[in-house]
Design a protein. Structure first.
Length: 189
């Protein structure tokens, strides 16, 4: 658990059959974008108090500029205002804890959405309350970027389970393409 009942840490990713979130060029291809999943993702981020992601991850949605965010980077010593985004902060985990960065961003409660990339997802493995794993099993991205460090030696599901998360019922987002999302949740202590 996050240590506070007023904060919820949730992860969000859509993956290919191999567990990849991007193609061999490091780009999320259109083949991995589905209307149902995009709608689910947008609605979740619209509820988020804070979004956390690496410098190469972003959601590129209509409300994106209005969302409060932490961008994980080595370009600052600890935490700094993002000169390119008045709603953004830059955070170097080597110089400040997540809780310090979150507090500096003014977030004391609500849902914190972790949206990638792989190393950012891994930083929160032991803190997620829920990880929303969307899967597009008919999409193949050979040689692509895996969603988590350790994939493909282990599946994303094995890695989530290894960190104490358990799957709940899958929600179908696009029946024609067999795309769905499984909430992986931490059992209450």
């Amino acid at each position: 658990m996050t240590g506070s009942s007023t904060l919820q840490i949730e992860g969000f990713v859509i993956i290919s059959a191999e567990g990849n979130l991007a193609d061999a060029a490091g780009v999320m291809p259109d083949a991995l974008k589905f209307e149902g999943d995009q709608r689910f993702f947008t609605e979740a981020l619209d509820r988020a108090a804070l979004i956390v992601h690496g410098r190469n991850s972003f959601e590129d949605q209509a409300n994106s500029p209005r969302r409060r965010r932490l961008v994980v980077t080595r370009q600052v010593e600890s935490v700094a205002d993002d000169p390119d985004n008045p709603n953004g902060m830059l955070w170097n985990p080597a110089g400040a804890t997540f809780d310090d960065a979150r507090a500096r961003a003014g977030i004391e409660s609500g849902m914190i959405a972790i949206i990638g990339g792989p190393d950012v997802f891994a930083m929160f493995f032991d803190r997620y309350d829920t990880f929303w794993l969307s899967e597009a099993p008919r999409v193949r991205l050979p040689g692509g970027d895996p969603c988590f460090p350790g994939v493909p030696a282990k599946t994303p599901q094995q890695l989530l389970a290894a960190h104490g998360l358990r799957p709940a019922d899958r929600i179908v987002l696009d029946a024609a393409s067999d795309v769905g999302v499984t909430p992986w949740q931490r059992s209450p202590d």
